[in-house]
Design a protein around this ligand. Structure first.
Ligand code: NAP
Length: 473
């Protein structure tokens, strides 16, 4: 039988939609784990993906013209076979992370390269080499199947998914997962990511969903918040202490917004940098008093493509000192080329620059004299191990930090959502509804939500909405 005839494809698609609807109905009507375990997992599922055949589509174009709306497709892809240590999760909601922007513009390289490299590791990994790449590194949802080596999870468990993929037979993973040679970012360096109706992930990526949050509020946090936790709080990062002054670039962005909350939580003093008066206003409202509007103050750290202007570093450093009383103990760095010179200069004598990215360019330049003569250090940081992710989720679950969700799109509009993040038009985090029919679903413990306070939980989205309204008036 030819299984690829158009007739068969149409039938498979119809069957897939029926199965997915049954899973969704069972979840939304409060079906038990046994109910879910008894449902069919469809042969194909709806997913946001890029195509190998299009990986050259933006060649020779300027970065700004590379448009995720052209390269991110939403359509049916085949469901992979389940490995013994994996689970199938019905994804209720997901999020846009900057890595989905990178994948969709094939920069700095095509992520099909990562999939092919991962596929060489073994039999199960070879499933990841496909002509499509399902993207997405955050999700909340419900476990619907478990492999026969899974111990801690069962169908019906409500979970969030961490992006760190490692396996426990690598000794280095036991000291710190992020040091394991085979460590990968799910949905970026691996296939079958979270921007989809289903995902297949290792059981070791799961954590319990905070019970007072909706699907989309729970989905947007872990990649960014875990990264910020490791950079600032965890044993491998800058180890912020009470009273530390922390300069946070992009204070209302994904990682920056969690960083600001963690600094305030831990008794530090955040000095946040943003690029608009609205963003500055929101941060002040949320308790971050010291804010620099980099656009209004017009810092030009580069006088031309090859030359940095030290007098601009000095002006910036002076401004921080005038606000906070002294130089920052810690600089939370990620814009990269545009800011690294200023970050190294501004950090206090003996201070720390902790960096996890280079959005504006990864070939960095700083004046090493400012680093060594003033005994500063730079820490490279990446993602978070599962202990750090678990601590991060514990903070969210206790209502000590809040989701940065400010906007939610349907999965079918994922390209538009990625474009807003690429163009720095989004604030905080952008959520994506996958199987969830509408916003606000999935709250398991409404009393706890009331105790923590609706106002606190939705503080970021409300502040942004109010500020935008005031500007429009
Ligand atoms: P985001 O939500 O887009 O926020 C980034 C913020 O950075 C923006 O809000 C913007 O704030 C600021 N920014 C952008 N370009 C800048 C520039 N040239 N100079 C100064 N500030 C600039 O992104 P995100 O999720 O926070 O991620 C930020 C970066 O970290 C991305 O490159 C991402 O890939 C990376 N990342 C890495 C890891 C990891 O594990 N290694 C994890 C998460 C994210 P203003 O315009 O308001 O100043």
């Amino acid at each position: 039988r030819n299984r690829t005839t158009p007739h068969h494809q149409r039938r498979r698609r119809r069957e897939a939609i029926v199965s997915i609807d049954q899973i969704k109905d069972a979840i939304e009507s409060g079906g038990t784990g046994d109910d879910l375990a008894g449902l069919t997992i469809p042969e194909t599922y709806r997913a946001a993906h890029t195509l190998r055949s299009e990986q050259e589509m933006f060649a020779d174009m300027a970065s700004a013209d590379k448009d995720p709306r052209k390269s991110l497709h939403v359509g049916q892809v085949p469901t992979p076979e389940l490995a013994p240590d994996e689970v199938v999760v019905a994804v209720m909601a997901s999020a846009i992370n900057y890595n989905t922007v990178w994948t969709s513009v094939f920069e700095p390289l095509s992520t099909f390269f990562f999939l092919d490299r991962f596929a060489r590791e073994g039999h199960w990994e070879s499933r990841h080499r496909q002509d499509f790449h399902v993207v997405g590194s955050d999700a909340s949802g419900v476990v619907v199947r478990v492999g026969n080596a899974v111990r801690n999870w069962k169908p019906g468990d409500r979970v969030v998914i961490a992006p760190v993929v490692t396996h426990d037979q690598d000794p280095d993973a036991h000291e710190d997962q992020m040091l394991a040679a085979n460590q990968r970012a799910w949905g970026f360096e691996t296939n079958f990511g979270g921007l989809a109706d289903l995902t297949v992930v290792r059981a070791s990526q799961l954590l319990r969903k905070p019970t007072h949050l909706s699907w989309e509020e729970a989905a947007v946090n872990l990649l960014c918040a875990g990264t910020s936790y490791r950079m600032l709080v965890g044993a491998h990062g800058a180890r912020m202490k009470q009273g530390d002054i922390v300069l946070v670039w992009g204070g209302t962005g994904g990682i920056g917004g969690y960083a600001v909350q963690m600094v305030l939580n831990g008794g530090g003093i955040p000095v946040a940098v943003v690029s608009s008066p609205e963003r500055a206003e929101v941060l002040r409202e949320l308790g971050c008093e010291l804010v620099i509007d980099r656009k209004a103050e017009d810092y030009r750290f580069w006088s031309d493509e090859h030359t940095q202007d030290e007098s601009e570093w000095r002006r910036f450093g002076k401004r921080i000192r005038s606000l906070a009383g002294s130089d920052p103990d810690i600089v939370f760095e990620h814009p990269g080329r545009e800011t690294m010179g200023a970050s190294v200069f501004a950090a206090k004598r003996g201070g720390t620059v902790v960096t996890c990215a280079a959005t504006s360019g990864y070939s960095l330049e700083y004046d090493n004299r400012h680093l060594w003569m003033k005994l500063k250090r730079i820490i490279g940081s990446h993602g978070a191990n599962m202990a750090e992710n678990a601590e991060t989720i514990r903070l969210l679950d206790r209502g000590a930090i809040q989701p940065l969700l400010t906007e939610t799109f349907a999965l079918d509009n994922v390209g538009e959502a990625a474009r807003t993040v690429q163009q720095n038009r989004s604030d905080g985090k952008v959520g994506i509804l996958c199987l969830a029919s509408s916003e606000g679903q999935g709250i398991e413990d409404p009393e706890k939500r009331e105790r923590i306070g609706e106002d606190r939980i939705t503080s970021w989205s409300r502040s942004f909405a109010a500020t935008k309204e005031a500007v429009n008036d």
